[in-house]
Design a protein around this ligand. Structure first.
Ligand code: C2E
Ligand code: MG
Ligand code: MG
Length: 717
């Protein structure tokens, strides 16, 4: 029975219902047969059978109904129960609870449904697994994405910070949409107030601030960048800001291509490089221009002039290089201060700037030296005319620090190609000519000549010989008496150096002293003179001669030495000469070099008992202020004033005024270069105190001078 029931489970519902139906039919059929047995041959049914049949049929119907009901109840309960389970399972499945499988109890539709549900659950589980796997994969990808995003964020932040730090703007152009992005900083740099991201707008805005030529070039380069003919863009541009200021920007860019190699985007930066540009300009200016006068400097001419000279050569034309040096500029610096000197140079530079033509050039080499170049030379006279044009500018005074200053200049001219083919030779020869001009009284110009070079080489020879002169003992001293104008007695003598070179003969101090000053050889020469003169004077005194002062000339360089006073003191000690028998002669150039220092040194020398005289008075700056302030004992009127002395001359007037003036401030007056009785008499009349000159004695050797010392008779009176 159980087997039958279990087998029943495996058949379909339809079959099950069919079985119940067939059972019904069979029962009815059985009942029918049974009823037929009780029907008699006559076909009559007795009453009892009839009621029995009726009863049996009723029973059969009841049984059938019962069977139907029971089987229906049984099946429906079973089905409902199974369905409930399956619904529950399906719900669980729908809710994602895939832990259990539903039990398959039959092979009918319910069982098949259960199987299908199990299959669905299995598939869903598989799917869920797949989804879970995918989810895991996604999660990992998400993780990676997050890391990448973080890296990107850091990188972007770094980039942003770097750009912000560098104060740069960004631009980004989409080639297809023509959308242009410019960062806020970029807009700020370009001074775009309202920004619309179209190329037309941008070009419109840029047109306002960028020079048209620059803009055209910018657009051209951008186009070639799009066409990939340029790898990247890099352009410095000048823009004019709204408040009329000049700003420099640097635009950099690079393009981005698609797979076909077509440019799709261009990205770059915009930097404000005004400061950098200005620094560059300053550096450039300092490199090529004189910082004081803003005129081109030596570096500039070294670059520019060879090119200009070459052009002259190609055109077979002449040109001229002029070397201009201001006369006595040092005096301005020394007396009025360096500020005044600078102001004067600036004023002169301004004048030079305006007096040259467009194709001419003026350069400031430094100090008081200027170079001019002119290609406008057809004949030599044109160069002379140019020089005169420059010199004429010095006819007027220059107002510096509320003072009217008169300055002159000396010019040397070298003509291309006769005096040189290249810049170096032309400059050298113009310089030589300028020195010649200085030597010939300054305030003028000289054209270079070949002979000048021989003079230069003569100078070099002189210099070389001078260096060896001390070691070779080629120097000696001559002494010249200074006579008291009233008594005719020798009061003093001037020690004058002499140089006897075996090859050059006797070289005048007027020739070698300036050279010795330039080369610094004046220091050992000066020491030699001071020591020899002091020793000689002491020797003469020791020999019983009447003591007289010995005057020694001190140069500018000697005065610049820190220990001059100590040195003089040590020499006096060494030679044993009493300071009162020493006299120092200084020139105005010593004074102007450092006025305050000179006052101090002279004060100390005077305090020691040494006599101080101002030599060659009238030839230099001749400031009466000096005379008043300097601790002097005497003033020596330069021989150039004595030369022209005669009763009515201008020199006589100057000499007499000088004598009166010097006496007015308690200075003794010594006249040098007295060559005749007339001069002597005039000077005596004017009240001059001492005289020195060939009229009494030429400078003589120590031996000869001793004879003069021994002379008891007065000098010519
Ligand atoms: P100074 O100091 O003015 O010397 C006077 C110059 O006048 C000397 O020239 C002398 O020989 C010259 N003299 C004297 N009387 C007459 C005269 O009647 N007529 C003419 N025409 N000249 C006369 P010297 O010896 O040629 O010296 C020239 C200059 O060289 C000196 O001018 C002085 O400035 C410098 N000097 C000479 N010896 C020394 C020295 O030992 N040290 C320094 N630093 N300079 C010296
Ligand atoms: Mg002198
Ligand atoms: Mg003199």
């Amino acid at each position: 029975m159980i087997k039958i029931i279990s087998r029943l489970k495996n058949i379909r519902l339809k079959s099950k219902l069919a079985i119940v139906f067939i059972l019904q039919i069979l029962i009815l059929f059985a009942l029918g047969i049974m009823a037929l047995r009780y029907i008699n041959q006559a076909g009559q049914i007795d009453k009892q059978v009839h009621s029995g049949i009726i009863l049996a049929m009723i029973c059969t119907i009841i049984i059938s109904i019962t069977i139907i009901v029971v089987s229906f109840v049984y099946f429906s309960r079973n089905i409902a129960k199974q369905l409930k389970k399956e619904i529950q399972f399906a719900e669980e499945l729908a809710c994602g609870n895939l832990q259990e499988y539903i039990e398959v109890q039959s092979n009918d539709e319910i069982g098949l449904l259960a199987k299908a549900l199990n299959k669905a659950a299995e598939n869903t589980l598989g799917l869920v697994q797949k989804v879970a796997d995918k989810e895991e994969e996604l999660r990992q990808q998400m993780e990676e994405l997050k890391i990448t995003e973080e890296k990107l964020r850091i990188s972007e932040e770094r980039h942003r910070l770097a750009l912000e730090g560098a104060n740069e703007g960004i631009w980004d152009v989409d080639i297809k949409t023509k959308h242009i992005y410019i960062s806020n900083r970029g807009q700020e740099i370009l001074e775009i107030r309202e920004y619309v991201d179209s190329d037309y707008f941008l070009i419109w805005e840029l047109k306002k601030i960028i020079d048209l030529q620059d803009l055209k070039e910018f657009i051209r380069t951008i186009r070639s960048l799009i066409k990939n003919t340029t790898p990247f863009y890099h352009k410095e541009m000048k823009i004019n800001t709204s408040n009329n200021q000049v700003k420099y920007i640097l635009i950099r860019g690079k393009n981005i291509w698609d797979s076909k190699g077509q440019t799709v985007r261009m990205v770059g930066s915009i930097s404000d490089i005004t400061e950098k540009k200005k620094t560059e300009e300053t550096i450039n200016f300092l490199a090529y221009y004189n910082a004081l006068t803003s005129l081109p400097n030596r570096v500039y001419i070294n670059r520019k002039l060879p090119e200009l000279i070459e052009r002259l050569g190609m055109k077979n034309r002449k040109g001229a290089v002029l070397f201009l040096d201001l006369d006595n500029f040092k005096t301005v610096n020394d007396t009025l201060g360096h500020d005044a000197g600078d102001e004067l140079l600036q004023k002169i530079a301004d004048i030079f700037r305006t007096c040259i033509k467009a194709n001419e050039l003026v350069c400031h080499l430094g100090g008081d030296e200027f170079i001019f170049f002119t290609p406008n030379i057809n004949k030599i006279d044109d160069a002379k005319e140019f020089a005169n044009r420059l010199l004429n500018k010095f006819n007027k005074s220059f107002k510096v620090k509320d003072q009217e200053l008169y300055v002159t200049a000396s010019i040397g001219i070298a003509i291309y190609p006769v005096d040189g083919w290249n810049l170096e030779t032309l400059l050298k020869n113009a310089d030589t000519a300028m020195y010649q001009s200085k030597g010939k009284g300054k305030n003028g110009y000289r054209l270079f000549t070949r002979e000048m070079n021989s003079k230069i080489s003569e100078r070099v020879t002189l210099q070389n010989n001078l260096r060896k002169a001390i070691e070779k003992n080629e120097f000696f001293i001559e002494y010249q008496p200074k006579i008291d104008i009233y008594t005719g007695r020798m009061e003093s003598m001037e020690a004058l150096i002499r140089w006897h070179n075996p090859n050059l003969g006797v070289v005048s101090p007027a020739r070698f002293i300036p050279l010795a000053e330039e080369t610094g050889l004046i220091i050992p020469i000066g020491e030699y003179v001071l020591e020899t003169a002091c020793r000689q004077n002491k020797l003469w005194q020791q020999a019983g001669n009447r003591p007289v002062r010995v005057a020694v000339n001190l140069s500018v360089s000697q005065f610049q030495q820190k220990n001059l006073v100590n040195y003089i003191e040590s020499i006096l000690k060494l030679t044993g000469l009493d300071p009162k028998w020493l006299e120092v002669e200084i020139t105005e150039s010593v004074v102007v070099n450092n006025f305050d220092r000179t006052i101090k040194i002279l004060g100390k020398l005077k305090d020691m008992g040494i006599m101080v005289s101002l030599d060659d008075f009238g030839t230099g700056y001749s400031s009466l202020n000096y005379l008043r302030m300097l601790p002097l004992n005497a003033l020596k009127i330069d021989k150039s004033f004595i030369k022209g002395l005669c009763s009515q001359s201008k020199e006589s007037l100057i000499a007499s005024s000088l004598i009166n003036l010097a006496h007015g401030i308690n200075l003794k007056v010594i006249a040098e270069g007295v060559e005749n009785a007339d001069q002597y008499n005039i000077l005596k009349r004017y009240g001059c105190d001492e005289v020195q000159g060939y009229y009494f004695s030429k400078p003589v050797s120590a031996n000869e001078f001793e004879l003069l010392l021994r002379k008891t008779k007065a000098f010519k009176l």
